[in-house]
Write a protein that binds this ligand. Structure first.
Ligand SMILES: O=C(O)C(=O)C[C@@H](O)[C@H](O)CO
Ligand SMILES: [Mg+2]
Length: 382
């Protein structure tokens, strides 16, 4: 079998889908994208195309190594997202060619269903209580929300009380009938992280995500010493070689690699295995589309230490299209009591509505995250 064509489709809300065609008529889909840099990743995918045309799509490991090591400059968000989407599509092709779901190519399932969680509240965590109430009606009991709005490097007790007050209200309203992660989203600088973590301690969040920016990873072990709250990070780390450092230094209880940013299934399965050796859990990051989610689920179903899966249904970023809008087999993604069953169709298990994708790609928005500024006019982490 040979690869004959790669086609990219940037689609609302902010995703990109990649179609890889072969000379035997089998097609694979991937989702190479960096939110806000879709066109840059698109260029990176097309820079890799001349190498890929004519290759055997079944030699996934070799193609991965060639795409990664073949470039003198390697790694980083753009190149690893391009490789990720190509890798996903190659696994999709291989599964379809052999008539099995990807998890069966990876040794089979370690679980029967996977625990999912949903976002509540938006960029500025508002109406969180109402959001939780609504999702509980459909059996969701695990949530994630932003922990703060803009937060200065050294901010006030008032700002801390506002952030903590919201969490106190959640526990007041729902007790421990629900669980929730709090995403600091990199908005909290090192001087404030310990302050906020300590103030949140009594409310026992399930985890705090990106307690500081990924470029401040050396703080993870120090922050972990100051709190019992499990710390999580990984969406802005892009390869085993980055994750190995945080595993060696300690501090993270949960790794959150993004299957569309960290080199795809081939790379993230290795990251999950490395984490298991350190008794660290994995909870793949996925605020993206259906192909990215399917790739996450195949990792989840073969990783003993996979504990939670993010999915973007109803997420505040999905303006203009919802998680399953481009999927024909929507029922396969049904959540039951907050869990999802394994996708059983060959490959990734996503039947892409190609017509819908083609139509939507005709006027795809160039989504950008907002540029926030503090009251004094300086740039604030979004
Ligand atoms: O889902 C998460 O955990 C996030 O932090 C969302 C963030 O990754 C945005 O997708 C960036 O545009
Ligand atoms: Mg996050």
């Amino acid at each position: 079998m040979k690869i004959i064509k790669l086609t990219t489709y940037r689609v609302p809300p902010r995703w990109m889908l990649l179609k890889i065609e072969t000379d035997e008529g089998i097609v694979g889909w991937g989702e190479p994208v960096i939110e806000g840099r879709a066109r840059t990743v698109e260029a990176a995918v097309h820079e890799m195309t001349p190498f890929l045309i004519g290759q055997d799509p079944g030699r996934i490991n070799d193609l991965w190594q060639a795409m990664y090591r073949g470039g003198f400059y390697r790694g980083g968000a753009i190149l690893m997202s391009a490789i990720a989407g190509i890798d996903q599509a190659l696994w999709d092709i291989k599964g379809k060619a052999l008539g099995v779901p990807v998890y069966d190519l990876l040794g089979g399932r370690v679980r029967d269903k996977m625990k999912m969680y949903s976002w509540v509240g938006g960029d500025r965590p508002l109406d969180v209580i109402a959001g939780i109430r609504k999702l509980r009606e459909v059996g969701i009991d695990t949530f994630k929300m932003n922990g703060t709005e803009e937060l200065r490097m050294l901010d006030s007790a008032r700002a801390v009380d506002q952030a903590v007050g919201r969490i106190a209200e959640i526990r007041e309203a729902f007790g421990n009938d629900i669980e929730f992660g709090i995403d600091f989203h990199g908005r909290v600088a090192a001087p404030m992280a310990k302050v906020l973590l300590r103030a949140l301690e009594p409310y026992r969040p399930l985890f705090v995500e990106e307690p500081v920016l990924a470029e401040q990873a050396e703080y993870y072990p120090r922050l972990a010493e100051s709190t019992s709250i499990p710390l999580a990070a990984g969406e802005r780390m892009y390869s085993r070689f980055e994750f190995k450092r945080v595993l060696e230094q300690g501090g993270l209880a949960i790794l959150q690699p993004d299957l569309s940013h960290a080199g795809g299934i081939t790379e993230c399965v290795k990251i999950a295995a490395m984490a298991e050796a350190y008794d660290v859990a994995v909870a793949p990051h996925c605020p993206l589309g259906p192909v990215a989610l399917a790739a996450c689920l195949h990792l989840d179903f073969v990783s003993h230490n996979a504990v939670l899966q993010e999915q973007s249904m109803g997420i505040h970023y999905n303006q203009g299209a919802e998680l399953l809008d481009y999927v024909i087999n929507k029922d396969d993604f049904r959540m039951d009591g907050g869990y999802i069953a394994a996708l059983t169709k060959p490959g990734l298990g996503v039947e892409v509505d190609e017509e819908r994708v083609l139509e939507a790609s005709k006027n795809a928005p160039d989504w950008r995250n907002p540029l926030w500024r503090h009251e004094d006019g300086s740039v604030a982490e979004w």
